[in-house]
Design a protein around this ligand. Sequence first.
Ligand code: 6GU
Length: 256
Amino acid sequence: MRIDVITIFPEYLEPLDVSLVGKAREKGILDVRLHQLRDWTHDVHHTVDDTPYGGGPGMVMKPEPWASALDTVAPPGATVPGTDGAPAEGPCLIVPTPSGRPFTQAVAVELAARPWLVFAPARYEGIDRRVIDDAATRMPVHELSIGDYVLAGGEVAVLVMVEAIARLLPGVLGNVESARDDSFAAGRMEKLLEGPVYTKPARWRDREVPEVLLSGHHGKIARWRRDEALRRTAAHRPDLVAAFRPEELDRRDREV
Ligand code: 6GU
């Protein structure tokens, strides 16, 4: 997968060199390219913002640098080969913004299937709307929010989204099973939060690991894990429990 990020703070994205995403890049699974938006300005101050039409606080990112950056990074008509011999595809533009649609695991799964993502994280009060409307005439655009709070800029949201997407790419996770049991992964544990986990030693500061986990009884362990997941979901995310469809629960779930 190719990922381009256009930003006035490329150094904010240095964590992409580290750990899982860094390894995916070393393995050639991810091709991440960072671009300095100010490289597409022409004035001595490398200005990227200006005052908002209609008045109001803050500054708005000017359209021209963004348009030149997007035209260079993702020229009209450009494609990359699809994954696993799929037909070539153009880029998909992702604009992180608190006024976007929620970035969920389902969105991560959808984006992980695309071979080329271009991220346009903004600072200040956002990017001149015409940039997004113009880009939308030649590529899919997703305006996405990572939660109901306001960050100073979209760069951290890019880190969040890239990590969530990268770990879904084939060959990135060491253990193929790890993505399957995730909280929010599709399947039986759909929309259940994961319960507690334990490792050795079996006794630590007088605290014991739950006996069932040492029993070797796979059926009982699976039941215990599901019960703990249900309890945790009810405690932390009653909204998810309220959205359960009855057929997703079994008789023993109702006893928890
Ligand atoms: Cl994507 N950007 C900013 N600036 N703030 C946010 C966000 C994104 N998602 C939640 N808050």
